[in-house]
Design a protein around this ligand. Structure first.
Ligand code: ADP
Length: 172
């Protein structure tokens, strides 16, 4: 896998020109705060309408909708785990979010997609631990799925970007 296929940037995921952006949603899929609220505001009310028809989503799963007014054609909604100390399958559920989002992307012929730092805001997942899982899962997936050409990790602040860059540079 060419290492340039993973790119870390600092910015707002709603502004990304990619085939699909991933939303860190909640199980209702009916909107919330943080990145979820930003995506719904930028996409417009049609996004909520489509989400109503999906009837929610369990943690670790992913569902796709159109992107409406976003530059991205698609939004892949995934539900991260709420951090409860680490013994409640949080690591596995977070890994599933990345894997399932990538699978849904491939099924919809997505070639470029952008992830936020799922679960690391309101859901309280420790950032470095979450970042290791995110990068490990995306790397492993790209090794066997050349259909995905580029994955962006969109970090909302410089602290998050620094953590991502140091984890990407770690030997694995
Ligand atoms: P969760 O409930 O999964 O923890 P949050 O939205 O609270 O989701 O936070 C997840 C991450 O998304 C945090 O790092 C937060 O800073 C970041 N974030 C918030 N708004 C945006 C945005 N517009 N673009 C990219 N990342 C964002």
């Amino acid at each position: 896998m060419p290492s340039e296929s993973i790119v870390i940037i600092e910015g707002d995921i709603t502004r990304q020109n990619v085939d699909a952006i991933v939303n860190a949603a909640n199980t209702s899929l009916l909107g919330g705060g943080g990145v979820d609220g930003a995506i719904h505001r930028a996409a417009g009310p049609e996004l909520l309408e489509e989400c109503r028809g999906l009837h929610g989503c369990p943690a670790g799963e992913a569902k796709i909708t159109s992107g409406y007014r976003l530059p991205a054609r698609w939004v892949i909604h995934t539900v991260g785990p709420v951090w409860r100390g680490g013994k409640d399958f949080e690591d596995e559920l977070l890994a599933n979010c990345y894997r399932r989002s990538l699978e849904v992307a491939v099924q919809n012929r997505v070639r470029s997609l952008a992830f936020p730092a799922i679960s690391t805001g309101a859901y309280g997942f420790p950032l470095q631990r979450a970042t290791r899982i995110a990068i490990r899962e995306v790397r492993a997936f790209l090794e066997t799925n050349p259909a995905i050409e580029k994955v962006f990790f969109v970090c909302f602040d410089s602290y998050t970007r620094n953590v991502y860059e140091s984890v990407l540079a770690e030997d694995v």
